[in-house]
Design a protein around this ligand. Structure first.
Ligand code: SPD
Length: 288
């Protein structure tokens, strides 16, 4: 066979449970903020990418399959979408997707690490796009846990939790007390959306967050899709609401407003993604 062994120096890998998830390319920058290690990498396949604490967060040419899936089931379905809270999301991708809707009047984006925003704006400007200059976006460089603790009840129509994996500064975003605070500050007809890790490579964490949300809210359901740069490639987002599964019923006018502008998300895709729950996860979730 005619092949050449690649030197490891051309690759950057995330290591997870004895598996490497790597991209070929070159290192642009590596620094430590007060909160975490931040890396910017230029990959051949997916363009410039951001890593936090050596884990892939986002990349220019693959971010839509994460951000569209986190945002549109919540924004298309919530009763109202005037006031949005995003916890994390310092690369700007979640804000960009929310701002596609004219009904959105204001977004509080609460990111703990200013350097994530600064480096994303400098090296990954297409991810935030016009969101950074949109007057509806209100950046708060603060701890998201404290933010929700000190916010009045019924303040937001939609809450988006766009954090990293539950190590480092994002750990608390998976906790019972934080999610209870989220429910308190979410309006009754609202939807909460959170990234909920991989059912394959973060099985326990995934099951746990769905169960915790089901204890706190009347309804919570995971939805599955593919994010090729994350461990296992199989990823999940979980949505929660009161009184009914609000995230299951996209409003026609909003679908019309955004669907031409989406690469992955559509009402058909969403329906399939909620239905593609792996059988073993469904069984685990059914256990008390
Ligand atoms: N394993 C990676 C999980 C990261 C989820 N958040 C990504 C942030 C993109 N805005």
């Amino acid at each position: 066979m005619n092949y050449k062994l690649k030197t490891r120096s051309e690759w950057l890998d995330e290591y997870h449970q004895g598996v490497r998830y790597g991209l070929q390319g070159k290192l642009i920058l590596e620094e430590s903020s007060p909160f975490q290690k931040i890396t910017i990498y230029e990959s051949k396949r997916y363009g410039k990418a951001l890593l936090l604490d050596d884990c892939w967060m986002t990349a220019e040419k693959s971010e839509k399959c994460y951000h569209e899936c986190l945002i549109h089931p919540a924004l298309c379905c919530s009763t109202q979408i005037e006031n949005i809270l995003i916890i994390g999301g310092g690369d700007g991708g979640s804000a960009r997707e929310c701002l596609k809707y004219k009904e959105v009047k204001s977004i509080d984006l609460v990111e703990i690490d200013l350097r994530v925003i600064e480096l994303s704006q400098k090296y990954l400007p297409t991810i935030g796009g016009d969101a950074w200059s949109d007057s509806r976006l209100n950046l708060q460089i603060k701890n998201g846990i404290d933010w929700v603790k000190h916010t009045q009840e019924n303040s937001y129509d939609v809450i988006i939790i766009d954090g990293a994996d539950p190590i480092g500064p994002s750990k608390e975003l998976f906790s019972n007390s934080f999610l209870k605070d989220c429910k308190r500050i979410l309006k009754q007809g609202g939807v909460l959306a959170t990234q909920s890790e991989s059912p394959e490579s973060f099985q326990k964490i995934h099951i746990n967050i769905v169960k915790v949300l089901r204890e706190i809210f009347d309804y919570a359901d995971p939805m599955y899709g593919s994010v090729s740069i994350y461990p296992s490639g199989l990823w999940s987002w979980t949505f929660a609401s009161m009184e009914q599964q609000r995230y299951m019923h996209p409003k026609k006018s909003r679908v019309k407003e955004i669907s031409e502008n989406c690469q992955i998300w559509s009402t058909r895709w969403q329906q399939g993604a909620f239905n593609s729950i792996p059988a073993f996860i469904e069984r685990e979730l059914a256990k008390k």
